[in-house]
Design a protein around this ligand. Structure first.
Ligand code: GLA
Length: 377
């Protein structure tokens, strides 16, 4: 009996290490620069045993670089970003790699009503509020903590009333790089008053390598039968529309550029793709496949899984040639975002999955970006 229970205990320890999956990931810290008020900002490198490396700063919680191999083992940095902290501080509304909150994407007319009380938000996108306001989480200095297993934990306390949102919100985001070449992001939050929360990461990817031209030849598959059509201000109308027979049907791998210029009202409103897809999933809250992106020339593949009900696929329609890492420029449509999320403007759409968080509850979501390669076809 005793022997069995000892083995039992041992097996449990081994499994825990395997479940973490990243015990071999090396985590190092360096200075990234200083904020105008003198606060020192750090940059962390997470490197797995294959040499896959993510560099993340506690300014805005941004993923600064992500090096992954192509089908011949050649590494490239596949996310857009800047080389220096001052460039991040000067260009907040690019949202390069940043953590987005309290509310990812738009809230119509920069207001919503919660428990009968109107909450007014900053208007930073025409009449609407985008990505948590002017001083959203992407502009905040997060408190970093290097965990013994090689994960990076970032925390931030958003004060009651910050950017118009009610309740003190304590947020923790954990970045893990696993030996399965996955960048995993676990989001967690608690509040002391009823509020709304919708957190995401705004990495812009180009699987040929950041700064290597447009992404129109990338092939996309989205696990979604429906999307949320928008009005001219990119606010969902409330309809969940079937993708069948539309340029929004990515149920089979399709080139991003195959239909992007079609004469379609929704594509015109977005100036390309800038829409939320309703993920087809069984059950809620479990990690399920959401998207697959293949880049034919390099063979790089990105698979996204999430616990979230929606995903914003954005084709960098507003990129305008800004200068990024290594002096490279990022023209229009030179990157895509796959922002896992609750649907935009949910606080004004009672029929959408709720984004309300109450005291005593814990907001918890996970998104995994997994990199691999395919052979040439
Ligand atoms: C999101 C929005 C886009 C755009 C980008 C940032 O993806 O949906 O409309 O604002 O962020 O430029």
């Amino acid at each position: 009996m005793q022997l069995i229970s000892r083995w039992g205990k041992c097996a449990a320890i081994v499994m825990l290490a395997a479940a973490a999956g990243n015990a071999a990931t090396k985590l190092t810290e360096a200075d990234f620069g200083r904020m105008p008020d003198g606060a020192v900002i750090k940059i962390y490198s997470l490197t797995n045993t294959h040499g896959v490396q993510a560099r993340i700063t506690n300014y805005g919680g941004a993923v600064v670089s992500l090096n992954v191999p192509d089908r011949n083992g050649k590494m490239a940095d596949v996310v857009l970003g800047f080389d220096t902290l001052p460039e991040y501080v000067a260009n907040p509304t690019q949202y390069f790699g940043a953590l987005i909150g309290r509310y990812g994407n738009r809230i119509a007319n920069a207001r919503f009503t919660l428990n009968g009380v109107a909450c007014t938000l900053p208007k930073n996108n025409g009449a609407n509020s985008l990505h948590g306001g002017d001083k959203g989480f992407f502009t905040r200095v997060w408190t970093p903590r290097a965990l013994p297993n090689g994960d990076l934990e970032l925390s931030y306390v958003s004060k009651d009333g910050e950017e118009g949102y009610p309740g003190n919100l304590s947020v923790t985001v954990t970045y893990s790089l696993t030996d399965a070449d996955e960048l995993r992001i676990d989001y967690s939050a608690t509040t002391d008053k009823d509020t709304v929360v919708n957190l995401t990461n705004h990495s812009y990817f180009n699987l040929k390598g950041a700064g290597s031209g447009d992404i129109l030849g990338h092939l996309l598959m989205l696990k979604a039968d429906r999307f949320t059509p928008v009005n001219q201000g990119l606010i969902p109308t409330g309809e969940l529309r079937s993708v069948a027979g539309t340029p929004f049907d990515f149920r089979k791998l399709t080139a991003i550029g195959a239909r992007i210029e079609q004469n379609d009202e929704q594509l015109k409103f977005g100036q390309g793709y800038d829409h939320n897809w309703v993920l087809s999933r069984t059950g809620t809250g479990s990690l399920a496949p959401a998207a697959r992106m293949e880049e034919p020339s390099s063979g790089r593949v990105l698979e996204v899984s999430t616990t979230e009900p929606g995903i914003q696929f954005y084709t960098g329609n507003f990129l305008d040639g800004i200068k990024g890492k290594g002096g490279q420029t990022y023209p229009r449509r030179s990157a895509f975002c796959l922002e896992t999320q609750h649907f935009p403007d949910s606080p004004n759409h009672p029929a959408f999955p709720s984004t309300v968080l109450k005291p005593g509850q814990r907001y918890r979501t996970t998104t995994v970006y997994r990199f691999s390669t395919v052979a040439a076809k």
